[in-house]
Every structure is written in structure tokens, then in C-alpha cells.
Ligand binder design. Structure first.
Ligand code: GDP
Length: 329
């Protein structure tokens, strides 16, 4: 049966043709909490599914001030000059709490923001870290469907967010500052463990020597830790987002990583694992929502919480009672 194309069909067609206005509209749908928008976004992502997955997904993190925006601006511009189409997305857990954002400001990347081959999108500014991550994942898929072949997901190195971002990208670049004691902090915090490439930034002018020293120290520390992966030891680079020095080497390290991972079959495997974990995250959230949206059950949850707070019932028993109530209906 023939039917007139829906708004969602038209939006999908326009995105597939690389239309940026359509892409921005679709991202607004994805970020919306309205249930009709959610339904449209889910349908849209399903329609575009076959066009996704054909990009390199790069995570980048570093403490505020490490030079992420300057670096991504220069790096992205270098890539668009090479013929790539670059999307930059941000996962900023601080914007969830404060509404203000360390990564929210588009103008931080002045050149990329006006580059027709680039698309810069600030972090969604509401929801939990998990919620922001889910929206960013979907936005990443929309960007891929619109023909962006390099997606950079930027996050601030302040805790849990890099672990979350590491689970949505193909490789993770950790930016560090020379001589800020960062080397050891990163190792302690376990951030180094999710890093596939480490780069000491601001290796210019008077900093250049200190940066090289910091890189040497990091290499030594990584050697002591031993290889995480028999096929890939994270290289430690020095670079400067400001002068552009080292950016070509960063791209070649990224390409080398992808080549090694593809050769070993771990590239597809990593994505498959991420997708399965994502499905479970969505299921967990949907079930939680279903529980809370359920009139009788929601009341039982409120009562159960109060009883637990007063110390008159045990959490396990309350959880079981709530589940029984939910599954009985
Ligand atoms: P972000 O907070 O990580 O996004 O860092 P920014 O890119 O905003 O940079 C923070 C500060 O460091 C700014 O004052 C930049 O001018 C400066 N900066 C950024 N990259 C470099 C670099 O490669 N070399 C030097 N010397 N300064 C830099």
C-alpha cells in the first residue's frame, strides 16, 4: 500500500543527504523528553540504522584548561582540510548539575564552528550522566547518517564521564599537561587504563622541554604497569593545539590504532560489546520508568522508601514486594 511520506521519513531523507538543518532538528528530537518526540526519534534512528557506523569515533578527555577546545579546533580543521567531515559532540557532566557548562560553549571552537565540513554540538544540558550519554550516542548515530566520518566526543576529566565516554567510542585520547603532577594523578585515577593514546599538550615555547620530560616519565610509568593489551601499548605523544605541532602524529597514531584493531578483529568486537551494553542500559532505564509510571506500583515504591528510611522494613523485602506487585498486573 502506498502512503504519503511522514515528517520522519522526510527528515531521514534530508539527513541522509547531509542536510545540516535537518540534522539539528533531529538532534533536538533526540534530546527532547516529550514522548511524541521520543517516538519520532526512535523511528528516525531505526530508519537511518544502515547508514550509521561508518565513522571513527574518538573520545577525548582532559582536565579543564588542558587545551581541549584549542586542540579539537586545530585538529578538526586539519582533518576537514584532508577531506574528512568532522562532528564534535560533548558529554559534560557539570552541565547536568549547574546548567552552565565547561564544554557547552560552541564559540570555543571558532574555526570549526564556521567550517562547512564540521558540526559542533554542545553537551545536552539536562538529565543524569547516563541520560546525557544516551542522547550523545544517538546524536553520534545521526551525525554518521549525515555523512560525518570522524566523530570526536569530548569530555572533561573530572571523574566518571570518561569511563562512560570510553564505552561509546572506538578509541580514547587522554590529554595531559606537562609537569602538573598529572601523570601520576591520571594513573591513580585509572583514567590511563581507558586511554588508547596519551598526549602531553601545550608542548610549545618554554613548555616544550618539560612536555618531553613528562612524556618520558609517563612512558616509564606505563612500562611498569605493563601492557593492558598484547597488541597495543598506548603511545605517549607531545603536541601543541596552539601551534599545530604533533597534530599530524596524533592522526597517524589514531589511524594506526584503527588498523591494528581492525586487523585483530577487536574493532568490530568492541562496538558489538558496546551495543549490547547499551541495549541493557536502555532496558534498565525503561524498566525503571515503567515501574515509576505505574500508579499502584509507584505508590508502593513511595511507601517502601519511607519504611526503609524509618528502619521498619528491609530493602530486599521491599524490592521483592514491589516487583511482585508489578508483575502481578
Ligand atoms: P579546555 O578547557 O581544555 O577546553 O582548554 P582551552 O582550549 O580552552 O585552553 C585553556 C587555555 O590554555 C587557554 O588560555 C588557551 O589559550 C591555552 N592553550 C590551549 N592550548 C594551548 C597550547 O597548545 N599551548 C599553549 N601554550 N597554551 C594553550
Amino acid at each position: 500500500m502506498n502512503r504519503a511520506p511522514s515528517d520522519t521519513d522526510l527528515l531521514a531523507t534530508r539527513i541522509a543527504a547531509g542536510d545540516r538543518t535537518a540534522l539539528a532538528r533531529a538532534i533536538t528530537l533526540v534530546e527532547s523528553t516529550r514522548s511524541d518526540h521520543r517516538t519520532a526519534a526512535t523511528a528516525l534512528l531505526d530508519m537511518l540504522a544502515e547508514r550509521t557506523g561508518r565513522s571513527i569515533r574518538i573520545g577525548m578527555t582532559g582536565v579543564p584548561g588542558v587545551g581541549k577546545s584549542t586542540l579539537i579546533d586545530g585538529f578538526g580543521t586539519m582533518l576537514t582540510a584532508l577531506g574528512h567531515r568532522v562532528a564534535v559532540l560533548a558529554v559534560d557532566p557539570t552541565s547536568v548539575r549547574s546548567g552552565g557548562a565547561i564544554l557547552g560553549d560552541k564559540t570555543r571552537m571558532a574555526r570549526l564552528a564556521t567550517d562547512p565540513a564540521a558540526f559542533v554540538r554542545p553537551s545536552p544540558s539536562s538529565g543524569t550522566l547516563g541520560g546525557v550519554a544516551a542522547k550523545t550516542r544517538e546524536t553520534m548515530l545521526l551525525c554518521e547518517a549525515a555523512g560525518f566520518d570522524v566523530v570526536i566526543v569530548e569530555t572533561v576529566g573530572v571523574g566518571q564521564s570518561e569511563i562512560t565516554v570510553a564505552d561509546m567510542v572506538d578509541l580514547f585520547v587522554l590529554l595531559m599537561l606537562p609537569g602538573a603532577g598529572d601523570e601520576l594523578q591520571g594513573i591513580k585515577k585509572g583514567i590511563v587504563e581507558v586511554a588508547d593514546i596519551i598526549a602531553v599538550n601545550k608542548a610549545d615555547g618554554e613548555n616544550a622541554r618539560r612536555a618531553r620530560l613528562a612524556a618520558a616519565e609517563l612512558r616509564a610509568a606505563l612500562n611498569i604497569l605493563g601492557p593492558r593489551d598484547p597488541l597495543w601499548s598506548p603511545p605517549v605523544l607531545t603536541l601543541s593545539g596552539q601551534t599545530g605541532e604533533g597534530l599530524a602524529e596524533l592522526w597517524s597514531a589514531i589511524s594506526r590504532f584503527c588498523g591494528v584493531a581492525e586487523g585483530a578483529g577487536t574493532f568490530a568486537g568492541r562496538r558489538a560489546g558496546q551495543n549490547v551494553r547499551w541495549m541493557w542500559t536502555m532496558l534498565d532505564e525503561a524498566l525503571r520508568r515503567a515501574l515509576l509510571d505505574h500508579d499502584g506500583v509507584a505508590a508502593a515504591i513511595a511507601e517502601g522508601e519511607a519504611d526503609i528510611v524509618r528502619g521498619i522494613r528491609a530493602p530486599t523485602a521491599v524490592a521483592q514486594a514491589i516487583l511482585q506487585l508489578f508483575t502481578a498486573r
